[in-house]
Design a protein around this ligand. Structure first.
Ligand SMILES: Cc1cc2nc3c(=O)[nH]c(=O)nc-3n(C[C@H](O)[C@H](O)[C@H](O)COP(=O)(O)OP(=O)(O)OC[C@H]3O[C@@H](n4cnc5c(N)ncnc54)[C@H](O)[C@@H]3O)c2cc1C
Length: 369
């Protein structure tokens, strides 16, 4: 079996790796450089808390694989299971957390509830005014710069061809599969996997499949390095989007933060998302509620990234509904980083066996009617 994977972000590179591991001949075509789309811009949160329930089986599969990345890829991609804490400051947040925790339990996600005394004993620098928190000890973070190049490099060692800086000029369905004409030559394969991220809906549309997808950029920032004191990834349960911030401190000491601001507009061409400086003060105000010390720290960089948001906030994954041999995995709505390894593994299973042990039903491309 041979497969062309279109798009070399986390989803494309992980798929290339798992397909190659199953003996498939893979050609991965990326129009820029590997991992330079939404993936590199990611905050790096490997979080299951708050996910749509039907996404949890895929998230569990992915978390297991994140734990194996060092062995699998032969290098440390900085996956750290530091835990994920979400602070709560009001009764609305507490109700929402308890409702979610109860609903998520049958889906295999156990959230611990912490009271104020426990929060302050275990995490003394976090949320002095918090009334409670949820804690998920197995979650954590990874390095968004390392993961896609690591999957691509290991896929290459397993025999995959990785073609970068290739402008795709035409995709044609032939009697035996697909022909993709690019600025780097023509490639043919039996199957085509569309992992083109925010650009994925454009490719699906070429096969008569319309997906309601908006292109947006969440905004991130990072501070100067400080002594490493904050271990878990920190978020919040809140109904007020102006408070919806999150942060983590990397081992080198910088605090990365995001949330609490409108996502910026992005044009698919050229697909460069630019952070809006007017959002920064809003974000810092929200982050300071989680870690008050941030008020005295310098922000050294802000950025954004081009991400695809599907109308129902769920990705598109699985077989094409119009075209035999075509598969999709795109539109990860700002939460695909955690899912990446699981998506690659699940797509490779589906494409090589015709079945997938993890249900992908809710992510069907024809769900929009
Ligand atoms: C700022 C930001 C922060 C985020 N933070 C988190 C987080 O903390 N946790 C989390 O779980 N998720 C997070 N996400 C979401 C996560 O990063 C994405 O869902 C995930 O990286 C998507 O991976 P992808 O491979 O689908 O897309 P991408 O990484 O965008 O890869 C798609 C690739 O396809 C290429 N491409 C497009 N069209 C073509 C074509 N025609 N031919 C060839 N190649 C093509 C693009 O150049 C691109 O490299 C964040 C996203 C952003 C933008």
């Amino acid at each position: 079996m041979d497969v062309i994977v279109l798009g070399g972000g986390l989803m494309g590179t992980a798929s290339a790796y798992f397909l190659s591991g199953r003996g498939v001949r893979v050609t991965l075509i990326e129009r820029n450089r590997i991992g330079t789309g939404a993936t590199v811009a990611s905050f790096g949160n490997i979080r299951r808390t708050g996910r749509h329930l039907s996404q949890l089986p895929l998230a569990h599969r992915s978390l297991r694989l994140w734990g194996e990345t060092e062995n699998m890829l032969g290098r440390d991609v900085e996956f750290r299971a530091t835990g994920h804490i979400r602070l709560i400051f009001d009764e609305g947040g507490l109700t929402d957390m308890r409702t979610y925790a109860k609903a998520a339990r049958p889906w295999g996600l156990e959230l611990q509830e912490l009271g104020p005394r426990e929060i302050h004993a275990r995490f003394p620098r976090l949320g002095p005014e918090a009334i409670a928190a949820s804690f998920s000890p197995q979650d954590g973070s990874g390095n968004p710069r390392l993961i896609a190049p690591a999957f691509a490099e290991t896929a290459r060692k397993l025999g995959a061809a990785i073609v970068e800086d290739a402008r795709v000029e035409q995709i044609v369905r032939t009697d035996s599969g697909f022909l993709v004409a690019t600025s780097k030559g023509r490639f043919a394969a039996e199957c085509l996997l569309n992992t083109a991220g925010a650009w994925g809906a454009r490719i699906a549309a070429q096969f008569g499949e319309e997906v309601p997808l908006d292109v947006r950029g969440p905004q991130m920032g990072v501070t100067e390095p400080l002594p490493h004191r904050i271990l878990p990834v920190v978020g919040i349960w809140t109904r007020d989007k102006d408070h919806g911030a999150y942060l983590r401190q990397v081992e080198r000491g910088n605090i990365v933060f995001g949330g609490a601001a409108e996502r910026v507009q992005v044009d698919l061409e050229p697909g460069h998302a630019t952070a809006d400086p007017t959002h920064l003060s809003l974000q810092l105000r929200a982050v300071a509620r989680l870690v008050p010390a941030i008020a005295r720290v310098a922000v050294i960089r802000t950025w954004s990234g081009c991400e695809g948001y599907v109308r129902d906030m769920l990705p598109v994954m699985g077989r094409s509904a119009t075209t035999p041999g075509l598969f999709h995995a795109f539109g990860f709505c700002g939460h695909g980083f955690q899912l990446g390894p699981g998506v690659g593994d699940a797509m490779a299973e589906l494409m090589t066996t015709g079945r997938c042990e993890t249900s992908l039903d809710d992510f069907r491309i024809d769900r929009f009617g």
